[in-house]
Design a protein around this ligand. Structure first.
Ligand code: ATP
Ligand code: MG
Length: 431
């Protein structure tokens, strides 16, 4: 392997093995999102750096160390989006959509974060993001959770995911809490890992999220954010828990659940699974009522979540939930002798005209007939059509059914009927 020809660390290529699941996911996403009347929005991958700095908060992991930022030819600082919420809100503000009653958007695309690559953590990864603006009631928080639950059921992974929720109140509550938390943690500073030591002075709130078991043990005695949250937020959270009970949603209250980004308020939630490592988060979200005010001065309640596509695929694979294997080639066309090439091309075009859903492959190589047949068998195509000078003279084709190994000659009209009958199910299926 040539070492110079390789992708950037943490950035991956995806082939059909993953893409089959990927397409299944996209199909299910779209169905569920339509079901809840969401509309798609396509956003640029690059945004001005300052917009992320303004929105995400300067002491978060993302701003401190994860952004891919660079200067363009005019010296403007640009950033490859590390997440989608900020760009989505920027688009809504820029297009004067904030006044609209119904703002329910989704997007799917790559995000970029300079992280330490490991299983389920990459430098380019894909997210499905969902955002709702203009609605402050708990009903829409509930709808986010109902929507994600429905999606897990459709994908057959609902038994392997747990919902954790918490309320992180308002920024002011967190500032008060943070002071107490820091006082508490300073007593244990020498027991903290390097990352948490650093966070103690930059973003102590994030220590609550630590996966380090020693730190989790220390945190058991720490002051609880819950005791610092204002009454309105507490009541709101209790109402949300009650309405989730009414709708039979199972959840775990996790008082240490926080979000990595500064703009969150009140409800936060995560769907976690044990299957792909230590309680990994597949989907994370929450309310961000203060973000729009910070960006444009207009207060607009908002809630959203993002699903990490690669982690979802890892989970599905670990559960052996795969997409139905698609036949990569349905009909394999072999011509014998260069002089019959154009006949093969015309026939394949005619089949494509009549059956646009079929995958038709012509072997244009110069290799021997036996090699071509071997390749046809290996490609697991259903039928091969052999075209030689004799066949053309007799206006027929030699058909090989590759699974049953039957061989027979057919005239063109018979061939079309045969294709119809062999691929009947395939053609009528919504695939
Ligand atoms: P973590 O604590 O794992 O770093 P985060 O709080 O940074 O997560 P979010 O910004 O909330 O993650 O992103 C939402 C989802 O996107 C995550 O739950 C995860 O599924 C996925 N995700 C985030 N970062 C990555 C990454 N570097 N590689 C792959 N997936 C990711
Ligand atoms: Mg992160």
């Amino acid at each position: 392997m040539n070492k110079n020809i390789s992708s950037i660390r943490g950035m991956h290529d995806y082939f059909s093995e993953d893409l089959d699941i990927w397409h299944k996911l996209e199909k299910n996403f779209k169905q569920v999102l339509n079901n809840y009347s969401f509309e798609e929005i396509k956003l640029p991958i690059l945004e001005k750096t300052e917009i992320f700095q303004k929105a995400i908060g300067n002491v978060t992991d993302i701003i401190e160390k994860e952004m891919y930022s660079f200067y363009d030819k005019k010296g403007n600082s640009l950033t490859l989006r590390p997440e989608g919420t900020v760009g989505c809100l920027r688009a809504i503000i820029q297009n004067n959509l904030l006044y609209k009653k119904k703002l329910k958007f989704w997007y799917l695309g790559p995000m970029f974060r300079y992280e330490r690559p490991q299983k389920g953590r990459y430098r380019q990864f894909y997210q499905l993001g969902v955002e709702v603006l203009g609605l402050s009631e708990i009903d829409i928080d509930l709808e986010m959770i109902l929507l994600t639950s429905r999606l897990w059921k459709m994908l057959g992974i609902h038994l392997n995911l747990t919902l954790e929720i918490n309320s992180i109140g308002l920024k002011l509550d967190r500032i008060k809490y943070q002071k107490e938390l820091v006082l508490f943690l300073k007593q244990y500073e020498s027991f903290l890992d390097e990352e948490s030591k650093r966070r103690l002075y930059s973003n102590p709130f994030r220590i609550l999220d630590s996966k380090n078991l020693n730190i989790q043990r220390i945190l058991k005695k720490a002051p609880s954010l819950n005791d610092f949250i204002n009454n309105n937020s507490l009541n709101r959270f209790n109402d949300l828990c009650n309405i989730m009970n009414i709708h039979g949603i199972k959840y775990q209250f996790n008082p240490n659940l926080v979000r990595g980004l500064d703009y969150y308020t009140d409800t936060v939630f995560e769907w976690k699974s044990d299957e792909i490592g230590s309680k990994d988060t597949i989907c994370a979200g929450g309310r961000y009522d203060s973000l729009s005010q910070e960006l444009c001065g207009i207060k607009t309640p908002a809630i959203g979540f993002a699903i990490g596509i690669e982690r979802l695929i890892l989970l599905m694979k670990s559960l052996n939930i795969c997409a139905i294997k698609k036949e990569r080639i349905n009909i394999y066309i072999i011509f014998l002798g260069k002089e019959n090439k154009n006949h093969a091309i015309s026939l394949s075009e005619e089949i494509r005209d009549t059956y646009p859903r079929l995958n038709i492959f012509i072997n244009f190589s110069n290799c021997s007939l036996s090699k071509k047949i071997k390749h046809a068998v290996e490609s697991s195509s259903r039928i091969a059509i052999l075209i030689g000078s004799n066949e053309i003279k007799n206006k027929c084709y030699l058909i090989k059914e590759l699974k049953t190994k039957k061989e027979f000659y057919l005239f063109k009209n018979e061939l079309m009927l045969k294709i119809d009958s062999v691929f009947n199910k395939y053609l009528s299926k919504d695939n």
